[in-house]
Every structure is written in structure tokens, then in C-alpha cells.
Design a protein around this ligand. Sequence first.
Ligand code: ATP
Ligand code: LTN
Length: 336
Amino acid sequence: MAKPRTFSGIQPSGELHLGNYLGAIKNWVADQEHYENFFCIVDQHAVTVPQDPKLLRERTRSLFALYLACGLKLEYCVLFVQSHVPAHTELAWLFATITPMNWAERMIQYKEKKEKQGEETSVGLFSYPILQAADILLYQPKYVPVGEDQRQHIELCRDIARRFNDRFGQTFVIPEAFIRPQGARIMSLTDGTRKMSKSDPSEFSRIHLLDSPDAIRKKIQKAKTDSIRGITFDDPARPEAHNLLTIYMLTSGKSKEEVAAECAGMGWAQFKPLLADSIIATLEPIQKRYQELWSEPGYLHELMRENAAKARAVAEQTLQKVRDAMGFLSLEGSLT
Ligand code: ATP
Ligand code: LTN
């Protein structure tokens, strides 16, 4: 029996951090053999805010190497770069014509980013979730594994797919967001109420996957805490304690109960080095594989090319169905 498909993507808009790993990639890796996976580097999303072309190229390559270094295997996954598959932007245009403005205006991520961009807010940023819907629907996946912050975008994607099917006939599988309760939202090290994010101006708010052990120790040492005795999960008054324990749980592989029992009586001075060690041990093998891959640019380039061809073949099939359903005149086949 064919395995169910999954699709997900990450923007090459900054260095990958522990939130991206624990909230997304680690789960993709753990489940990969049960699915036929498509994981995309969504570079066309990364240009919806001001960006540096040289950095974009470097981060795109780096993210491709990191996907592999984190353990995604090409026997289970197609790993590719969005701009290498032109079907994404074509389908996004077609979807833009059937998406009401007010559906896009409701998107929380857009509203937040618009605050930051002010007068510079681009039309591209506004239509970003429509491009995301196109990314997903081209591959007809059953599941879209993402963090909690993406739930609203996946809902929009489902609405667009339903509307298309209603208007032009059954064309798309309606995908489902696949969000894990634990680790779905890793918070900033400097503010336990905000998510760890690539775009936070403070480096100390996040741990990058390629941070040195020294940098990791320093960041954990400086991480915000509180002055309550003992370290406990689930106390709304202690978001930092909950977040650091969650990171410890996910990097050590221990259960919530084990971590709660181990850390309940600890002070921060005892817990922080333990947490830093656990993070360092998790990232060490990833960094080693990354360095190996990075030293072979020709090999990486070839893998990128092969995978883009695989993605293109699938995407082009869906896009052709869409063009036909919408009534675009084809140059192939008979003239009737
Ligand atoms: P930005 O800060 O630019 O919005 P980001 O750090 O949120 O970027 P994305 O590229 O938007 O990263 O997200 C990639 C994947 O990582 C998505 O599936 C997203 O849900 C997940 N993710 C991002 N941040 C976190 C986080 N703090 N905790 C858990 N998952 C996260
Ligand atoms: N918007 C997402 C990135 C993204 C994505 C996708 C995720 C773009 N296209 C398709 C899943 C499926 C983000 O900001 N994390």
C-alpha cells in the first residue's frame, strides 16, 4: 500500500534554531519512514520581507545541508528548494484569484509582520499564505507537519482547496495539519511568553543548531529564570521554567514524569549546566554531519538538482490538472 504523503517547509530567512528543530525537523525525522515526504526550503517566502541576496543563497544551501545533517533520508524524503520548481508561483497566482481578500486579511502572522514592516509592507507579504497553500496542494499531501503557529495558515490552505474543488471539480486532497502537543512551541530564552524565533533581534533569545558548546553554555547561563524554589512544569506564573524543562525533556529523551521528578528539588545553578550538556549532546552529531556535507559542495549541488527534478514531476502533474479544470487553453492534444 502507498504510504501517505506529507509536505512541510522552512524559510531560509535566518539560522535554524532549537525551536525549528524540536518543533519541526526532529519530528519529521522520527516519522519519516512511515510517509512519502516532501520537505521544501521556501526561499520565495523568505523574500517577502527585506533581505540580502548573498545571505539568501548561503542560507538556502546551508538549510539543505542541515536537513540532511538532522537525519532526513533521501530514501524517504524529497528535499528541494521552492524556486527550483516554478509550479509554486503559478499555482499561487491562480489561487490568489479565488481567495477573498478578507481571508488573507485575517492571518495573524501577516498582521504581526505588517506591524514591523509598516509602510514597507509588500503585496508579497500579504499573499504569503496563498503561496503556502500552493506549496502544499501541489503535492497532494495528507498531512502537513508544522508547529502550532502555522495552524491558521493550514486552515486557509484547506479553505482554498475546498473552494477550488467546489468551483472547478474534485482536484485537491484536503490536507490536515499535524501538530504535536509536546514541543510544538519552544519559547524564547529571554522571554518565556514569546516563541523562539529566527527574527528576534536578540541572539540570546535562541540557540542555533550550529552554535558552539561555549555559546550554548553562555546562552543557557543567561537564560531568564525566576526566584521560586524548585523547578516545575505547567505553572502559568513560570513560563521560563516550563520552557527550559520542556527543552531538557526533548533533548534528553526522558519522559515528562522523569524530568519532573529529577528537577523538582533543583536550583537553577544545578539545572542549567545539566540542560546545556543535554543540548550540546543533541546537537553534536548534527554539527559533525553538517561539517562533512558542507565540505562537499559539488555533492550537495547534485543532490539538490536530482531532488528538484523529482519535485517538479509531481508538481507539474497537479498544475496541469488545475490549468485544465480552470479552462486554460492547452497547446497539447487535439484542437476540439
Ligand atoms: P520567523 O521568526 O522568521 O517567523 P521561525 O523561526 O518562526 O521564523 P519558520 O521558518 O517560520 O521559523 O518555521 C519553520 C518551522 O519551525 C515551522 O514548522 C514552525 O512551526 C516551526 N517553529 C518555528 N519556531 C518554532 C518554535 N519556537 N517552537 C516550535 N516550532 C517552531
Ligand atoms: N509559513 C511557514 C513556512 C512555510 C510552510 C509552507 C510550512 C511555507 N510554505 C508549506 C508548511 C507547508 C512558516 O513560517 N513556518
